[in-house]
Design a protein around this ligand. Structure first.
Ligand SMILES: NC(=O)C1=CN([C@@H]2O[C@H](COP(=O)(O)OP(=O)(O)OC[C@H]3O[C@@H](n4cnc5c(N)ncnc54)[C@H](O)[C@@H]3O)[C@@H](O)[C@H]2O)C=CC1
Ligand SMILES: Nc1nc(O)c(N)c(N[C@@H]2O[C@H](COP(=O)(O)O)[C@@H](O)[C@H]2O)n1
Length: 230
């Protein structure tokens, strides 16, 4: 599985406010770039925290020919994926509409009747992990569903887990010209945090878009032994 992480942050590293309300950090040029990364992916993944905060749709601009060319003849939208240990995705969430296939990665902590409700609402439910979703196993299972290139859009908890599991190949961060602040506001990588070994990145590109900048990195070294895995 090839994994590309993309997110937008303020100059102080926040993905949203401390109230976790959806916030536009990107401008139109950056949203076009995000659409192109989505179009090149077989699947777009977010955490349930993002679903509850933003109610995202995670589909493509079907009118944009540049985006459609990147689909390489694959019809429709990439699959949508939610990491959701206990099945908290609302059954009326936009991500469960019939625009694209949606996989919910749940753990054994999601009761069987809740799994059935989510299936009835349109989700393909994949169980990976006991209490919490085992992100490595869950992402691995997506490979059985023809997902070979995965875009991870956030939020901070899920991005940290992907780095912690050594899954990330590329990172693209749009830095918007604003300060959000707040010790409780989500950042690009939350979770427990690394204190011993750290993922190491190589800067691949810098591009000015709207009133901000996109930083593109290749991951050259995973944090194979993260402290929260000890
Ligand atoms: N600016 C940007 O580019 C983006 C901003 N956001 C913002 O981020 C916030 C949501 O981020 P978070 O609260 O960090 O939530 P998140 O979207 O990262 O979801 C985290 C939740 O997923 C579940 N989960 C299950 N297994 C997990 C695992 N193995 N690893 C991690 N999580 C697991 C847990 O319930 C956990 O609380 C919202 O305010 C949203 O607006 C979200 C995406 C992109
Ligand atoms: N790249 C980017 N820039 C921002 O300013 C953002 N707020 C986000 N948020 C992400 O996009 C999702 C919304 O997608 P749809 O428009 O509903 O398709 C949102 O849930 C975040 O993952 N991204």
């Amino acid at each position: 599985m090839y994994v590309v992480v993309n997110a937008a942050q303020s100059v102080d590293g926040k993905l949203a406010t401390r109230r976790r309300e959806q916030l536009r950090i990107s401008g139109p040029e950056d949203f076009d770039r995000v659409d192109r990364i989505r179009a090149a992916a077989d699947g777009v993944l977010v955490g349930v925290g993002t679903v509850l905060a933003d109610d995202p749709h995670l589909t493509l601009d079907e009118e944009d020919r540049r985006v459609q060319r990147l689909r390489n003849g694959r019809p429709g939208h990439p699959a949508r994926v939610v990491v959701d240990s206990t099945g908290r995705t609302p059954t009326d969430a936009r991500i469960l509409d019939d625009a694209a296939t949606t996989y919910l990665l749940v753990s054994e902590a999601t009761p069987p009747d809740r799994r059935e409700e989510l299936r009835a609402a349109g989700a393909e439910v994949i169980v990976a992990g006991d209490e919490r979703v085992d992100i490595d196993a869950g992402v691995g299972a997506l490979g059985d569903h023809d997902i070979e290139r995965l875009m991870v859009e956030g939020g901070g908890e899920v991005i940290y887990s992907c780095f912690s599991a050594g899954l990330v190949d590329e990172l693209h961060v749009y830095v918007g010209s604003m300060v959000i602040g707040g010790r409780d506001a989500p950042t690009l990588a939350d979770g427990e945090g690394f204190v011993d070994t750290f993922p190491r990145l190589e800067l691949d590109g810098v591009e000015r878009l709207d009133d901000g900048v996109v930083l593109s990195y290749e991951v050259v070294e995973s944090a194979e032994r993260s402290d929260d895995a000890e």
